[in-house]
Design a protein around this ligand. Sequence first.
Ligand code: NAD
Length: 365
Amino acid sequence: MAETDRRTIIAGIGAGLVAAAANGACAAPRDRKIGYAVVGLGGYAELIMSKFAECDNARLTALVSGTPAKLERFGTQYKIPASHRYSYANFDSIRDNPDVDVVYVILPNSMHAEYTVRAARAGKHVMCEKPMAVSTAECQTMIDACRAAGRKLMIGYRSRFEPHNRLAIEMARNGFVGPTRIITSEHGFNAQPNQWRLDRALAGGGSLMDIGIYSLNAVRYLTGEEPVEVSAMESTDRSDPRFGTVEDRISFLMRFPSGIESTCVSSYSSNHNAYRVIGTKGWIGLEPATGYDGHKMFVHRDGRTEQQSVPAGKKQHAGQLDHFAECIINDTQPLVPGEEGLADLRVIEAIYRSAREGRRVQVGA
Ligand code: NAD
């Protein structure tokens, strides 16, 4: 393909993304921002709270924590009055707070289901962190609770709002490097000892539930397809005190209905953050792919590899918070609803089963 064609296609996709972001922001009325209560004031919640300052339609209005000192500290920092600070014990009284539209659950994984259901019963919309829960059964309970309450449910898949990932999705699905044949996706970090992530009762599993889910979710959004079959292999040194109850590494292959295959890495003992979409005419690669910032995209086509500049858009965290606010204002379906979280858990259960039984497993079988 000629150089002008190549640039025109990418510019066209990029312009579309920028326009989509702008349309989303304009669609919402300006009279009142949607109010969020953040539940669980740990590391990620601290980052999220700092991102409301970048939002057009979302604001932080309440805090929920079991630690009074954190309520005091963050309450003071973000000017949240004492009447809008809750403990886990009086959390349900949040139903009487008209300043809270959304409850954002940022707790250890095994607590997501309980707090999502309690929030829905309190009449609030729910944003819940990934992984949505620790089983497909819990995911279904959360979806049912929100539906019964007539409230929306979205999962915190922030990469769907990140400009490099959005461009990669458009390019992959539009065949920019030809029809996709293989996707490689690897995510991992060296886990620190003594934390809830290494306790199966709280985490529901090891690296796959926490970081490997990015490998899986990326392949699902890059293809727009659901895997039909998986094959997995786990490698865990049980003499390492970190891995008494959860897995370290788990590698998995997935096969998709169109014939696409993926090969994925999940690790708690090595650093990875990359994916590559390989088509019949070249490849699209991101590294880092799904971190908080610093994303880089490379495209190989026509015999050469180039770094691809990506049109700037709203950053992923603010994009995610504003998107859900706009869904509430406009009564539309979130890009990543509870069903997305359930779809990942369905594959995760198949991956664990494949590794355990040492055989290929049909997803959902
Ligand atoms: P963290 O350990 O920093 O915070 C967890 C919070 O939960 C703490 O405030 C802790 O006090 C509270 N908590 C309540 N009950 C607890 C219990 N029984 N045991 C331990 N902690 C308890 O964890 P984090 O990194 O903030 O992760 C929280 C959630 O956010 C997880 O589901 C994680 O997967 C998700 N997360 C998502 C991203 C992302 O980029 N989307 C990044 C980090 C974490």
